[in-house]
Design a binder for this molecule. Structure first.
Ligand code: AMP
Length: 493
């Protein structure tokens, strides 16, 4: 008994109800081997989440659901598993979460039976009002099975008084706020939804006559599907009988996609606003080089996140580009989650200095971003230990001073280095000879704008500016429901 209470307390302490999910979503309609194609799509989106994965299919009569911990390639690679997922309609999900409950229940897609029929749902993003909505739903008698904000959407859909599923969905999305991309499967349709600002990405593809929905275009490439267009901000796409219907229930807004997709998150070969993330990142590196001229012998990327920016930097200044750090590709990102202690270890597990390239050299070290400074701190020391003469750190985005609430994993303001230290102090902390960040306007220029429109910024850029397009209501609100859900989930484990 005593032991149980202790375990429960520990679970409560470690439990974070606001799961920070970056996640990848995928869906495909009316095609043979839909589950295998979905597994391939999820495999291409693996960088968006490695904690768990799942697929829901519909075979015309019944739904089938398989969820697993770990990587897609380790779980959905065998006929035995894929045979359990028959049907020509499928959706899938890759889950990422740094903290919070690591239970099978939180792995998506979620499935619910409503009075209009079954519905499967995959969600990328984070709702900013899910705790307050959850509180109201619980007061109204709802019973929650998971700690994920996605279940709030499921509950809202199930409780809608409207008759048709699509109307129930519209009902639900009018109540939720935040950054989200949803892919849903009903008995008759595949449905995609993107939040009113288009913070989280969602694209439409076509494979023969079948429509495909995915977080990024790299998931279309892997199955040979053609990129059709992005789901627009605030748009619902309803795919039925190989026809796509667009529904726009919200008052129109200009799109403000998350700039971090450009900087770090999207796979380099994915297309964002007509250019690959690779091209955008090279431009970020080139802008950084324009703004910060430093004498050095070589440019070295932090692999893999800084590769494209470092290449852009080196090419712009016509400097030598060297692979001064070697990455162990057999270490997944799972190794560097979730605690700070393991994160620090992770850098050593993952990277090693390439002495032959850096000894006695003045180095410009380029990374895409600096968050807590753990990576830079370790790498700079590693390079000096390996014989580097000087290490100048260049970061291909501005100083991250504000946390995210729309689905990207960022720590609290307290842990964000640039929120608490000035440039000299950060430089001292990471042990570099000098440190430079890209300016905000430089960042806008690099991804295709003249500069930042102060009245209506073209991107969701709160990391650097504190300008949150959607108010983080749960952050400002009361935490009663947090306690409630926390107790019920911890004791159910
Ligand atoms: P830090 O070591 O905390 O300063 O984090 C910076 C490193 O983490 C960089 O190499 C980035 O590529 C990487 N990074 C940036 N954002 C994220 C994120 N949301 N999740 C995981 N890694 C990230």
């Amino acid at each position: 008994m005593k032991k149980n209470t202790k375990t429960q307390k520990k679970k409560l302490k470690n439990f974070n109800p606001k799961l920070k999910e970056e996640c990848g979503v995928f869906g495909i309609s009316n095609i043979k081997e839909a589950s295998t194609l979905t597994a391939l799509g999820l495999h291409a989106l693996q960088h968006r989440g490695q904690e768990g994965c799942g697929i829901v299919t519909f075979d015309g009569l019944k739904y089938h659901l398989e969820k697993r911990f770990g990587l897609v390639g380790d779980n959905f690679n065998k006929e035995k598993v894929l045979k359990k997922l028959p049907g020509n309609f499928a959706i899938g999900h890759n889950r990422y979460s740094t903290t919070g409950e690591n239970t099978l229940r939180n792995i998506q897609p979620f499935f619910a039976d409503t009075n209009a029929g079954g519905i499967g749902i995959s969600h990328n993003g984070n709702l900013t009002n899910s705790i307050s909505l959850r509180k109201k739903l619980v007061e109204d008698g709802a019973i929650f099975y998971t700690t994920s904000d996605t279940e709030t959407i499921v509950q809202l859909i199930a409780r809608s008084k409207r008759a048709k599923t699509i109307d129930k969905i519209v009902d639900a999305i009018f109540q939720i706020q935040g950054g989200y991309a949803l892919v849903m499967l009903t008995q008759t349709s595949l449905i995609g939804v993107r939040d009113p600002y288009g913070i989280r990405p969602l694209v439409i593809g076509k494979l023969k006559n079948s429509y495909v929905l995915a977080s990024e275009t790299c998931a279309l490439d892997i199955i040979g599907a053609k990129f059709v267009r992005e789901v627009e901000n605030g748009e619902i796409v309803l795919i039925e009988n190989d026809q796509l219907k667009s529904i726009k229930p919200f008052p129109p807004k200009k799109i403000r996609p998350c700039v971090f997709e450009y900087i770090y998150f999207a796979r380099p070969d994915s297309v964002l606003n007509c250019k690959t993330a690779y091209e955008h990142r090279k431009n970020l590196g080139a802008e950084l080089a324009k703004e910060n001229k430093t004498e050095a012998d070589i440019v070295v990327p932090v692999p893999d996140s800084g590769n494209a920016a470092a290449l852009g930097f080196a090419q712009f200044l016509n400097k030598k580009f060297e692979l001064g750090l070697v990455r162990n590709h057999y270490v997944g990102r799972t190794f560097i989650e979730p605690s700070q202690q393991i994160r620090s270890l992770g850098v050593k597990l993952k990277l090693n200095a390439n002495k032959s390239a850096i000894k006695d050299k003045k180095i410009i070290l380029v990374d895409d971003s600096l968050v807590r400074g753990t990576t830079s701190h370790k790498i700079v020391k590693m390079l000096y230990d390996a014989g580097a003469k000087e290490v100048h750190v260049k970061i291909a985005c501005p100083e991250i001073r504000y946390p995210d609430f729309y689905g990207v994993d960022t720590p609290t303001k307290k842990e964000l280095l640039a929120a608490n230290k000035n440039n000299d102090e950060i430089c001292e902390y990471i042990g570099a000879k000098s440190l430079s960040f890209l300016s905000i306007d430089g960042m806008y220029k690099a991804v295709g704008f003249e500069n930042r429109n102060q009245n209506y910024p073209q991107l969701t850029d709160h990391y650097f500016t504190g300008d949150y397009p959607v108010k983080p209501i749960d952050e400002l609100g009361d935490s009663k429901i947090t306690q409630l859900s926390l107790l019920s989930t911890a004791s159910n484990n």
